[in-house]
Design a protein around this ligand. Structure first.
Ligand SMILES: NC(=O)c1ccc[n+]([C@@H]2O[C@H](COP(=O)([O-])OP(=O)(O)OC[C@H]3O[C@@H](n4cnc5c(N)ncnc54)[C@H](OP(=O)(O)O)[C@@H]3O)[C@@H](O)[C@H]2O)c1
Length: 330
């Protein structure tokens, strides 16, 4: 069956400007780290991508190594694009990254120009694309000069392989240095992709200020703490959950009683606001104006619907924020 996107797809989504760039991103974006690999079902992957697009999610985030096996999420996305979405390419923001281990030998990970450009070429081939919208350095490399990694991003853009450059998980100091180099090269840093959630607040300690000062956008990954900030683990670990799957990056021992106790109390605030726990967690990261987009994952269509539902109630009272703060700090 040919997929026809909903005519209403731009009616309800919020689009936020990415830093001081001309690009706007949906407040909720979809990442393909889990559930789009070779081990997963193509039909479910298709259904999630289509529903996301129907809801106004124009941004899909990938990386060379997403799967498993590594590379297979890009292949899955490439198949879906070729069959059903290629006509809508100009309505989509597709990102990929390189930085983590991808192939054996000294050129298969980290931040050298050799690795980054070879990896991007492989990603384009797997997705069947001429260019990606955003290409990221997936992690800082302590052993490669920052100039080399940034020159590789600049080259990716100048050679037409990518429209914009981004960095992920760089510290505030590294971000400032990267921004300076990229600006001098003439390819400004569009976006930073850090982890941020109620359970992981490292970005509040300097990074968000740097992004504000530099005019760099911010798309936060794992805003649901990989699913812990939902109600799914309150009665144990379901078999079909990320912590229940042997290849999931969330391990059962990370789902601690301490976190679950907090989720139980936070859920009361969510309920009083007429939100699900997941919606509260997403609204909470989006309360910071520096955050352009919350980058969620999903294993089911209804999770995407739930996440987008967060946008119906974005404002917080000071009492709610204080109550959340007290729970998180307890
Ligand atoms: N730059 C980096 O280094 C980096 C690192 C990690 C991730 N990322 C990016 O960020 C994206 C999101 O990361 P993430 O998947 O960890 O994000 P997340 O949104 O924190 O967790 C997603 C998981 O939570 C569960 N979930 C989602 N919505 C739900 C809902 N409404 N109700 C109940 N459960 C729900 C699902 O788990 P179940 O499978 O258990 O259903 C889903 O797979 C990735 O796909 C990737 O693109 C980037």
């Amino acid at each position: 069956m040919t997929y026809l996107p909903a005519k209403t797809r731009y009616d309800a989504m919020t689009y936020n400007r990415c830093g001081r760039s001309g690009l706007r991103l949906p407040a909720i974006s979809l990442g393909l780290w889990h559930n789009f690999g070779g081990v997963d079902t193509l039909e479910n992957a298709r259904a999630m991508i289509f529903r996301a697009f129907d809801l106004g999610i124009t941004h899909f985030d990938l990386a060379n190594n997403y799967g498993p096996p590594p590379g297979s999420a890009e292949e899955t996305f490439g198949k879906i694009l070729a069959q059903d979405l290629s006509r809508y390419r100009d309505e989509l923001i597709i990102s990929t990254k390189a930085g983590y281990w991808m192939w054996p030998g000294p050129y298969g990970e980290w931040g050298s120009r050799k690795y980054l450009i070879a990896s991007l070429d492989q990603s384009l081939k797997r997705m069947g694309l001429e260019y990606v919208d955003i290409f990221y350095s997936h992690r800082p490399d302590p052993n490669t000069p920052l100039e080399e990694t940034m020159m590789a991003l600049d080259f990716a853009v100048r050679s037409g392989r990518a429209l914009y450059a981004g960095i992920s998980s760089y510290t505030p100091e590294q971000t400032q240095a990267a921004a300076r180099i990229l600006r001098a090269l003439g390819t400004p840093c569009l976006i930073h992709q850090p982890a941020y959630s109620m359970f992981n607040r490292w970005v509040e300690d300097g990074l968000l200020n740097v992004l504000d000062d530099e005019g760099i956008g911010c798309i936060v990954f794992s805003p649901l703490a990989q699913g812990v900030l939902t109600d799914k683990y309150l009665q144990g670990i379901p078999e079909d959950s990320r912590a229940g799957k042997s290849h999931g990056f969330l391990r059962p021992e990370q789902v601690t009683d301490e976190k679950l106790d907090k989720v139980r109390t936070l859920r009361e605030i969510a309920q009083a606001r007429g939100q699900t726990m997941a919606q509260l967690a997403l609204t909470w990261v989006l309360r910071r104006k520096t955050v352009t987009s919350a980058l969620v994952g999903a294993s089911k269509v209804r999770q995407i619907e739930d996440s987008v539902g967060a946008l119906a109630h974005l404002d917080f009272s000071q009492e709610e924020l204080d109550a959340i703060e007290a729970i998180l700090r307890a």
